[in-house]
Design a protein around this ligand. Structure first.
Ligand SMILES: *Cc1c(COP(=O)(O)O)cnc(C)c1O
Length: 475
């Protein structure tokens, strides 16, 4: 299997190169040259597999530069009950007939990002050791990515993490989770700005090829293909748990921000998993809902990026959308480049409404979308609590809200649970007047000493800081 850039860069890459590189040299995103198509017999065989073995089967279709025995060991080491709390790893529970929740948030940081990040940590450790290299991970987070990355990389040989987050904008629990880590290889940088400032700094630093090479800078944000492919696995796992035979179709509803999670659903569907519809749920930051309803993709300015009670979906642009648009346009790299590079730079938007290809997003690729607000979120949290005795987090509540709007009675709807309620206690209190109880291993976390560096939203200042830390590490 080779990987190509959505913007047409002529070089093809292998998985481990893509793993370490993140973005393609032309600023495009890496995608597999083809999506492997499954036959019925394969799907039938996979139905009975445990999660780590299923992960191995799926990953081996995309990774042929790691020996199978090693890849199998990496999957087994990653998807263990001790790490994810249950033997099923991603169990599905039923709220009511036809409406299910796939629990993806029982990992170390209580959000679905652990599902991919724990694998990424083990893949990186493996590949860096094999090459005798080191890697300095630079990332941006509005909360969940950062903690998932840090818990996946802490203490790992050859890896340092520099994680930027918008100062004072994460929940109390998220701040405590990240800033209480005392591992030498973990560096938290609080940026005076919003999440997008953090993301822009990542782009600016990664765009400085010389700095990037000299300091061995890499990324783990959601554009990394390895994360995306790890997420494909739980679509299969959830499908097998909800259906009895492989001809049945299901729908998925996915609380969405950067389009990473639902893009993995798109990949699963392209591989032949019988997904009827992929329902995108956004919060008040409805960039994606607007695109899928109207064909207009409009990056929001800072003033139109709202701080909401489902903060991990507070985005002004959806970084992974380019992967889908590339497929939507029949994999036309020069058009993808013109939209995501030329047009976004010129006007901050593009419009596919008049393009015959746009209709395919719904007809051929199964996408639907909807939006949820603070009031909807509270209502869904109350409803789930009172009717089903289920405590759901605000992001999952957005998913349930939009799932209900698109539900068709004969097709099971699976909502992806993207975090546990304890990460967003304030909203749970507002909805129910009660406290979500954290798992015991987090007792007292909010009182632990904190370690972070406060910096202005300026790429040069961040570069200087990183260079100083690395310099000190060498001495
Ligand atoms: C990251 C995150 C999302 C959004 O996922 P994307 O892959 O960016 O679409 C939704 N909910 C929670 C809790 C998250 O952490």
């Amino acid at each position: 299997m080779h990987y190509i850039s959505t913007r047409g860069h002529p070089e093809r890459r292998k998985f481990c190169e893509v793993l370490l590189e993140g973005l393609a040299p032309d600023g495009g995103l890496y995608v597999p040259e083809v999506y492997p198509r499954l036959d019925d017999a394969t799907l039938e065989r996979w139905r009975g597999l445990s999660y780590p073995v299923l992960a191995f089967e799926i990953l081996s279709l995309y990774i042929d530069d790691i020996p199978p025995a090693d890849l199998k060991a990496i999957c087994a080491k990653t998807y263990r009950p001790e790490v994810f709390g249950t033997a099923r790893i991603a169990p599905v529970r039923t709220l009511e007939t036809g409406l299910h929740v796939a629990e993806l948030s029982n990992g170390p940081t209580l959000a679905f990002k652990d599902m991919a990040m724990q694998l990424l940590g083990n893949l990186l450790e493996y590949e860096l050791a094999r090459r005798g290299e080191e890697l300095n991970i630079l990332g941006a987070t509005s909360g969940d990515t950062g903690s998932a990355a840090e818990y996946a990389m802490r203490g790992k040989e050859g890896i340092r993490v520099f994680m930027m987050s918008p100062h004072g904008r994460m929940s109390a629990f998220q701040q405590a989770q990240m800033f209480s880590l005392q591992d030498d290889n973990i560096h938290n940088i609080a940026i005076e700005g919003v999440f997008d400032d953090c993301q822009d700094i990542v782009k600016a630093v990664s765009g400085d090829a010389d700095f990037k090479r000299r300091h061995r800078i890499g990324a783990v944000n959601s554009i990394n293909w390895a994360r995306l492919v790890a997420q494909v696995v739980y679509y299969f796992s959830a499908y097998f748990q909800v259906t009895e035979e492989n001809s049945s179709e299901v729908d998925f509803a996915v609380p969405s921000g950067n389009f990473g999670n639902v893009c993995a659903g798109h990949v699963a569907r392209m591989m032949g998993l019988p997904i009827s519809r992929l329902v995108i749920a956004t919060n008040e930051n409805d960039v994606l809902d607007e695109f899928f309803r109207t064909g207009v993709y409009r990056v929001r300015g800072r003033a139109d990026t709202h701080e909401t009670s489902s903060p991990s979906m507070d985005i002004s642009k959806a970084s992974n959308l380019e992967r889908f648009v590339f497929d939507l346009l029949g994999r036309d790299a020069s058009r993808t480049r013109s939209l995501f590079y030329d047009q976004l730079r010129e006007s901050g938007s593009f419009d596919l409404s008049g393009d015959p290809a746009f209709g395919k997003a719904a007809d051929h690729f199964g996408f639907r979308s909807g939006k949820s607000t603070h009031a909807d979120r509270l209502k869904m949290i109350r409803d789930a609590w009172h009717r089903f005795n289920a405590l759901i987090d605000p992001h999952t509540a957005d998913g349930v809200k939009v799932a209900r709007e698109h539900s068709v009675s004969v097709v099971p709807m699976i909502v992806l649970e993207t975090a546990l309620p304890v990460k967003f206690a304030e909203t749970i209190r507002e909805a129910l007047g009660r406290e979500p109880v954290p798992p015991q291993r987090f007792d007292g976390i909010e009182g632990l000493p904190r370690r972070f560096k406060l910096l202005p939203a300026d790429a040069q200042t961040v570069k200087t800081y990183i260079a100083e830390i690395l310099q000190a590490a060498v001495c």
